[in-house]
Design a protein around this ligand. Structure first.
Ligand code: GTP
Ligand code: SPV
Ligand code: MN
Length: 588
């Protein structure tokens, strides 16, 4: 393709054409650039971003195809306080979401978007979430004035004209509009209009706020559509565990933001488990639907990883390190004049002449990389990428794992007695807040199914939806809860985590396959400590016992602390969850 044809209109689809025209009339860009998804286009846009100063090439010998991006210091994470679900009725959004009437929010945002792209280019990014030809896949079109967004979308989703093929003549596509404006938190809104399958995001240029296929479409709009169409959109990784016989067991796990999904999805088993292999299907989002043999099938709608950088190194997560070795965008890490990069927990000395994430010479003791600095890497770089990632049917899920970041109370692992109990366990999940969103880091909050920031409708109805899904499954996944983050009174982690989590994963896989027993406890089924294989690990068994301990007094407090969510949701909370709570109290 010659440069002259780059960006020319590439579809005659009437609804897409009409909507792009309407939005262009509103935003008044100097130029509309239609993305087709070609290599030449990617090169052209990358050069443009470098020329504009949006991207800076890294040392291309060390980091081929990798670029550096620094955001505005006020724009480094998701903004839950500015995120809205705009349904006709407030009850549809429910008590855990910010709500505004659609007409009012459209007015407000159209006002902000009016002429917002003067002197700029509007990029039209058609994209597909999910494998081509999958019944679960969805089409979106994102309009944006950020080249960084266009290029990042190219990593995270299947972008370009292939999306039109999936759409055909249907009008069923997500309309996404993104205007950077002046990247000012006072004019920052992430608004969802589920009934219109529309998203408008203004005033930010940070991943979760602006890569509209990800949290906005794949989770908020996705969960709304899933409720309507009898499938599930979840904040879950998907992995396949291959045992020494070559049998694969797929599990999906919901941990809140920055609580270990990427790490778990890419885990490399320790030496003791050298005959086992973990394959990554996805690290953040699962779309799941009942399929053949009464089982739950899952796809990863994404094609890349937008992962937390700090703490990632060749020991903690080698597959993530390999994934980000080429064709990756790094945002808000520290950099040197030579184009090398560094972050806290990279496990090597900081290079001399380091510039911190805000562009200042780094001072020891200060943060070099922002705690929520991210890599945006294509999944094909991952040596453990599961070939089934492109399978339109998805993979059959044997276990669903919930987990939070909890210094106390929550044992290393337990298994729910059944699906309804498992839904209760997921619904009552708590976790300490992290840097992935603005807020008080470290504070425990209820984060049901790790979906608190991402459920696009009433959380009570969402729980009912979970309960109802059971009816369509003859072989429902077993449900587990894990906690890698329990600490001693001295503040040390009781469990080493990362690759060693394989030992707990094996127990869960063995439970799914009926290969190991368990003890009945007030919380659910728990491993006899001797059933967790600790061989080859320099680790004291008494620590494992402590990590597995149930402290009844802590648990009484835990049940009390669930009151807040029960009161907030009382109108819509399924009665089954009240019963489950009563049962737990009587068992305690
Ligand atoms: P999002 O991309 O925000 O949805 O996060 P995520 O759930 O994918 O989190 P990620 O795997 O990036 O982990 C975030 C943080 O948790 C990093 O600082 C990791 O070092 C830390 N972490 C991950 N797994 C473990 C573990 O098993 N034990 C401990 N102690 N820390 C872990
Ligand atoms: C999260 O915060 O859960 C993420 C990062 O996965 S973002 O895409 O920014 O939401
Ligand atoms: Mn996430």
């Amino acid at each position: 393709m010659s440069e002259a044809t780059l960006g020319t209109k590439n579809t005659a689809h009437p609804a897409i054409s009409a909507w792009v025209e309407k939005m262009a009339k509103l935003c008044k860009p100097d130029r509309v650039f239609w993305c087709a998804g070609s290599e030449a286009e990617k090169q052209f846009l990358t050069d443009l971003a470098v020329h504009q100063g949006t991207l800076r090439p890294l040392d291309q010998k060390k980091w081929p195809g990798c670029y550096y991006h620094r955001s505005s210091p006020n724009d480094v994470a998701r903004v839950e306080q500015f995120t809205f679900i705009c349904t006709p009725l407030k009850e549809e959004a429910g008590p855990t979401n910010n709500w505004a009437p659609p007409a009012q929010m459209y007015d407000r945002l159209y006002c902000l978007a009016d002429s917002a792209m003067r002197g700029r280019t509007m990029y039209v990014v058609p994209y597909l979430m999910g494998p081509p030809g999958s019944e679960l896949s969805k089409v979106g079109v994102e309009l944006t004035d950020s080249v960084y967004v266009v290029l990042s979308m190219g990593v995270m989703a299947r972008t370009g004209v292939l999306a039109y093929e999936q759409l055909g003549e249907s009008d069923d596509f997500n309309r996404g509009l993104h205007c950077m404006l002046d990247v000012n938190p006072e004019r920052r809104f992430i608004a969802h209009f589920p009934q219109d399958n529309t998203i408008i995001s203004v005033g930010s240029n940070y991943g979760g706020n602006v890569l509209l296929g990800k949290k906005c479409l794949a989770l908020r709009i996705g969960s709304y559509l899933g409720h309507r169409e009898a499938w599930m959109a979840e904040h879950m990784l998907i992995l396949g565990v291959e045992d020494p016989k070559g049998e694969k067991t797929y599990v999906a796990a919901a941990f809140p933001s920055a609580c270990g999904k990427t790490n778990f999805a890419m885990m490399i088993p320790p030496e003791r488990f050298r005959d086992w292999k973990v394959w990554t299907v996805g690290d953040d989002i699962a779309w799941m639907k009942p399929g053949p043999n009464g089982r739950l099938y899952a796809i990863n709608p994404e094609t890349g990883y937008f992962g937390v950088v700090p703490g990632t190194n060749f020991k903690s997560n080698p597959n993530a390190m390999r994934s980000m070795q080429r064709n990756t965008f790094f945002t808000n890490v520290a950099i040197t004049a030579e184009g090398d990069i560094w972050w806290e927990g990279k496990d090597e000395e900081p290079p001399p002449g380091l510039i911190d994430w805000q562009g200042r010479p780094w001072v020891k003791g200060e943060k070099a990389a922002h705690p929520n600095s991210r890599f945006c890497a294509p999944m094909i770089n991952n040596p453990a990428l599961d070939p089934a990632v492109d399978e339109p049917l998805g993979v059959p899920i044997s276990a669903i794992i919930f987990g939070g970041r909890r210094a106390t109370t929550m044992p290393l692992v337990f298994q729910a007695f059944n699906w309804i109990h498992g839904v209760y366990v997921g619904a009552m999940m708590g976790s300490e807040m992290t840097a992935a969103a603005f807020g008080t880091v470290g504070q425990v909050r209820r984060d049901p199914m790790a979906m608190l920031p991402f459920c696009g409708y009433n959380m009570g109805s969402y729980f009912s939806h979970w309960l109802k899904m059971r009816k369509n499954l003859q072989r429902p996944p077993k449900i587990f809860h894990v906690n890698w983050f329990r600490k001693t009174a001295e503040g040390e982690y009781l469990w080493p985590g990362f690759g060693e989590n394989m030992r707990v994963l094996k127990w869960m896989v063995d439970r799914c396959r009926g290969r190991v027993g368990a003890d009945e406890t007030p919380l659910g089924w728990m491993p006899d400590p001797s059933d967790i294989d600790l061989e080859g690990m320099n680790y004291d068994r008494s620590k494992l016992e402590e990590a597995l301990r149930i402290d009844i007094e802590d648990w009484k407090k835990e049940v009390m602390s669930q009151d807040e969510l029960f009161i907030k949701l009382h109108n819509d909370l399924p009665v089954e969850l009240h019963f489950q709570r009563e049962l737990l109290i009587s068992r305690l």
